[in-house]
Design a protein around this ligand. Structure first.
Ligand code: VGL
Ligand code: ZN
Length: 244
């Protein structure tokens, strides 16, 4: 089967995210990583560090807080120092966004619904435009970034990926930006490993960039099966796992 974004959605992550049972599988993912970032001599003009959604709502205390989500910020700031190009993404939803469980009656949080573009997980309201929850975490160094991409701002379409919205046809513009800049290698970190980091890394690989996920600079939401589906996809798309 030829793998493309649609197949990935159909066969992997989304199909595994049916119900949320609480708890978590917790990080059975760090052990099989061994390429070190320093061995890759990053910092070329053709390298970019893509920092996904390090925002208050995805950190502990936020409405969609990822366990230990704030603990990766120290490493992310260290990693930024080695790069000449840094891009940040910001989940940026209108207050009545269609991915919010609060927009529906009788729907459970983390359940999924059918949207015109396919299955969509329903989330607690998060990263509402202009609110503290949507701000970058105060400890994240945002000075170095030369590109900031906002995503998920269309009420009826969610956007996990930094490249393509969940309808898989609406671009964010990042692919064109990176290609125009001459980027060849994309290093992805941030939140959350099994959603926005995963989809961004997959789309980066599909766009033809050599793609690396920095495992000790990301954490998962960890819904049932979501981390496993992510690693399966990383294998299928030749996405490399690296460590600081
Ligand atoms: C994300 C769920 C909803 C993420 C964004 O950044 O991983 N997850 N919106
Ligand atoms: Zn979101």
């Amino acid at each position: 089967m030829v793998l493309n974004r649609r197949n990935f959605i159909k066969y992997s992550i989304i199909s595994s995210l049916v119900t949320y049972t609480g708890g978590g599988i917790s990080s059975a993912y760090a052990s099989d990583t061994n390429i070190s970032l320093s061995s890759l001599n990053v910092g070329l003009e053709s390298d970019i560090l893509l920092i996904i959604d390090v925002q208050n709502d995805f950190c502990p205390g936020g409405s969609l807080g990822v366990k230990d989500g704030d603990k990766i910020i120290k490493n992310i700031n260290i990693i930024q120092e080695s790069f000449n190009n840094v891009a940040l993404t910001q989940d940026w939803h209108p207050k009545n966004h269609s991915s919010f469980v609060t927009e529906y009656t009788n729907k459970e949080v983390f359940s999924s619904i059918d949207m015109p573009y396919g299955k969509q997980t329903l989330w607690p309201a998060h990263c509402i435009q202009g609110t503290n929850g949507a701000d970058f975490h105060k400890d994240l160094n945002t000075i170095k970034a030369n590109t900031i991409i906002r995503k998920g701002f269309r009420k009826d379409i969610d956007s996990y990926s930094a490249f393509w919205e969940n309808d898989r046809v609406t671009p964010t513009g990042l692919e064109g930006t990176l290609k125009t800049m001459g980027v060849k290698r994309v290093f992805v970190c941030g939140l959350a490993l099994d959603f926005c980091v995963a989809y961004s890394a997959i789309d980066s690989a599909i766009a033809g960039f050599d793609t690396y996920v920095i495992m000790n600079a990301t954490k998962p939401v960890d819904l049932p099966g979501s981390v496993e589906a992510t690693f399966k996809a990383f294998n299928e798309y030749n996405i490399n796992k690296v460590e600081l």
